[in-house]
Design a binder for this molecule. Structure first.
Ligand code: TUI
Length: 314
């Protein structure tokens, strides 16, 4: 089944989780643009999520989803709220959602886990996932080890259910490449950070716009909590302390509240500016609808150019 039919959307595009950023209102803007918007429940408790789901419904008639970050301390209650509120789609991140899947499927929810490996992809297919979001290490935020280019075709070969490619995608040529790798759609986050509707501080948006190809780094690779962020004073100090052997607790204390600092206060030196490697492709603030339309127009143009000129190097 096409991903558009599975999710009831026009474009085969899902918004990334974007913890602390994607509110109900933002998710509604993405859904109204014809893609699948997601409320990111990363740091919410059950009542906050319920409120955001209702806000989202007040702003759109279109399907939307909730991203559940499995490291959230309130995850048990959040897993229940999405059932009570009859959320149509769930995506998960930062863990294995296997234990919740039977209840979500029973409630008729479409479940799309984010997977960083073939092994977890196989397990999620067996557990009843409707599709998989296969995320490469180019993504922003919590990341796995493998690249989108290598991981997507390996998962496509290993499972029967649709695959959504994620991690590093911010232009039409990459959307076409994702389809060439066997994906049925894409998930994007970083290019939506620089949308007019994205409720982050202007300084955060400006930092993404200014970023070039080498301006992200991954903190926490040695502590088991790898997170891709834009390089800044905090990132450099974190990496220095990590190299010196600081414990996970010490490092977490150092970055505590870092994402909020970036999102709400616009602290671009000491905040945690989560963004993917595709930041270097994001050059302008635009409405969500335009960003999404340009991704698919760009994909069509890139395909037409290939068909017209042939791929001369093959
Ligand atoms: O989840 C994400 N990205 C995120 S979550 C987040 S909130 C956060 N903030 C601070 C520290 C940590 C998290 C910010 N960005 N992406 C999806 C994703 N999931 N990437 C990798 C994974 C993943 C990793 C391991 C999924 C499953 C997994 O399973 C391990 C296992 O149990 O088999």
């Amino acid at each position: 089944m096409k991903i558009q039919e599975l999710l009831g959307i026009r474009y085969p595009l899902i918004q990334g989780g974007m913890a602390n950023i994607a509110t109900g209102e933002f998710a509604a803007a993405v859904s109204n643009a014809g893609a699948l918007g997601l409320i990111a429940s990363g740091s919410m408790d059950a009542e906050q999520l319920r409120e955001q789901i209702r806000t989202c419904r007040a702003h759109t008639e279109k399907p939307f989803g909730v991203n559940l970050m499995l490291m959230n301390p309130h995850i048990e209650q959040l897993a229940q709220v999405v059932v009570e509120e009859k959320v149509p789609v769930i995506t998960t991140g930062a863990g294995n959602p296997g234990k919740y899947l039977p209840a979500w499927k029973e409630a008729g929810i479409r479940v799309l886990p984010v997977v960083p490996s073939v092994a977890l992809a196989r397990r999620m297919e067996r557990a009843g996932a409707d599709a998989l979001i296969v995320e490469g290490t180019e993504a922003g935020g919590h990341v796995g080890e493998l690249t989108t280019m290598c991981l997507v075709p390996q998962v496509v070969d290993a499972v029967q259910i649709p695959v959504i490619a994620a991690g590093g995608i911010a232009c039409g040529r990459q959307v076409l490449a994702a389809f060439a790798l066997g994906a049925s759609g894409v998930q994007v986050g970083t290019c939506l950070l620089v949308s007019e509707e994205c409720p982050i501080h202007t300084n955060y948006k400006e930092a993404v716009l200014k970023a070039g190809d080498t301006d992200t780094t991954v903190t926490g690779r040695t502590t088991g909590a790898p997170v891709r962020i834009l390089k800044n004073k905090m990132a450099r100090e974190y990496l220095k302390r990590e190299k010196e052997g600081a414990t996970l607790e010490e490092l977490e204390a150092y970055t505590l509240g870092g994402l909020r600092k970036a999102v709400l206060e616009g602290d671009v030196q000491y905040g945690s500016l989560m963004a993917g490697q595709a930041a270097g492709l994001c050059k302008e603030i635009k409405p969500v609808k335009q960003i999404i339309e340009e991704l698919f127009d760009g994909c069509q143009q890139a395909l037409a150019a290939l068909q017209k000129e042939g791929c001369q190097s093959i």
